[in-house]
Structures are given as structure tokens and as C-alpha cells.
Design a protein around this ligand. Structure first.
Ligand SMILES: [Zn+2]
Length: 209
């Protein structure tokens, strides 16, 4: 059986959360926690009989974590983040100007890094460390499903901002070149905007310095 992916967009900069469901078991995984999406995700999971098992935080920018505490409390499941993300989740900080929305401090339950895995039903996602937009940015990859939950790394026709404190264009370019090694048909579900594929984005990535 296949995976099903439902998109929930929330907060002032239209950040995507994904409810990724293993249709064989009804087990589900939530990617990122933008403001105001928790209730809708909880309602859909309940209505469809899906069981949320984990919440995965790609990076600690406020637009991706505003609902992290709400999800931890509402779903009662582990919130997974990079091991270096703990301080920023416990002490949310502005990068440029004040944070425009409330971002309640929270402590993640499970810490991961490159090569760790997250299970969903009987599948295994691999954790990738993809820095550049943010130093501790992580993503989830399932090779058999051809699926990359990429956060703010790769978008249709572009990549995550590199003009923020902690971001680095040279590091981002290296991260994007690494993604060229993935199968061209790999579907990419980003933190903002519509899904794309590695193959569709490869032409401009190949031209990066
Ligand atoms: Zn970001």
C-alpha cells in the first residue's frame, strides 16, 4: 500500500505542514508545525481513523515551529528534532526583527542527525542533514517511495533563503548538489509552495557555482 500526503498550510508566511499516512496501517507522521494547523490535522486523523505516531521538525525557524508545543500536547507523541535544535526550541529567538506570532517554548522528545531513521508503519525514513538555509536543517527521505520531505531546502524554481543569520549560500549550494544524486523522479514536498521533483529542479541546480 502506498503513502498518502495531506497538506496543511498555516501562519503568516504560508508554511506547509504535511500529514503523511501509511495507508496499510493508518499510522501517520506530521512534518513541521506552522501556526494554527494542529486542530485541523487532529480532526482529519480522527475522522479517517489514522494514528499520529511522530512529529518531525525540519528546522527551528518560527514559521515551522509555532505549533510544536500544541502538537506535542494535542497528539501526545514524540516531537523529533535535530540535536542542535533544542536550545532554539526551548528559547525561540527572532532572526530579523521581532517574531510576529507567539512561539511557545517547547522541548523535543527525540533528537536525531544524519543517518538516523524514523519509522512509519513498516517503512523507514532516513534523516538527512541538509544545511544552508539553517545550520541544523534536516529532512526525511524514503527511497522506496521516492519521497523527500525537504523543509526549506528545495522549492519549485528555488531554494530556502540564505540571507538570514545562520544561513550560508555556499553550504546551500553544496546541499543542493548533493540532492542531484537522488533519483530524478523523487517527489519533493517543501516547506512552502507546491511539490516538485528532483528532476524538475536539476537544470538550475547543475548551474550553481
Ligand atoms: Zn526557514
Amino acid at each position: 500500500m502506498s503513502l498518502r500526503i495531506e497538506t496543511f498550510t498555516g501562519g503568516p508566511v504560508a508554511t506547509n505542514a504535511y500529514l503523511v499516512v501509511d495507508e496499510a496501517t493508518g499510522d501517520a507522521l506530521v512534518i513541521d508545525a506552522p501556526q494554527g494547523v494542529t486542530e485541523g490535522i487532529a480532526r482529519m486523523a480522527k475522522d479517517r481513523g489514522w494514528t499520529i505516531r511522530n512529529v518531525f521538525i525540519t528546522h527551528t525557524h518560527w514559521d515551522h515551529v509555532a505549533d510544536a508545543l500544541a502538537m506535542q500536547e494535542t497528539f501526545g507523541v514524540p516531537v523529533i528534532a535535530h540535536r542542535e535544535a533544542v536550545d532554539r526550541l526551548e528559547h525561540p529567538k527572532a532572526l530579523l526583527g521581532p517574531i510576529p506570532i507567539p512561539v511557545p517554548p517547547m522541548t523535543p522528545d527525540r533528537l536525531v542527525d544524519e543517518g538516523d531513521t524514523v519509522t512509519l508503519g513498516d517503512r523507514t525514513f532516513r534523516v538527512l542533514h541538509l544545511p544552508g538555509h539553517e545550520p541544523w536543517h534536516i529532512a526525511l527521505w524514503s527511497e522506496p517511495d521516492g519521497l523527500l520531505l525537504s523543509g526549506d531546502v528545495l522549492f519549485p524554481n528555488g531554494h530556502g533563503r540564505t540571507d538570514l543569520p545562520g544561513s550560508d549560500q555556499r553550504v546551500m549550494n553544496a546541499t543542493l548538489r548533493r540532492l542531484l544524486d537522488f533519483p530524478a523522479g523523487t517527489a519533493v514536498y517543501p516547506g512552502h509552495g507546491e511539490p516538485t521533483t528532483i528532476g524538475d529542479e536539476a537544470p538550475w541546480i547543475r548551474q550553481l557555482p
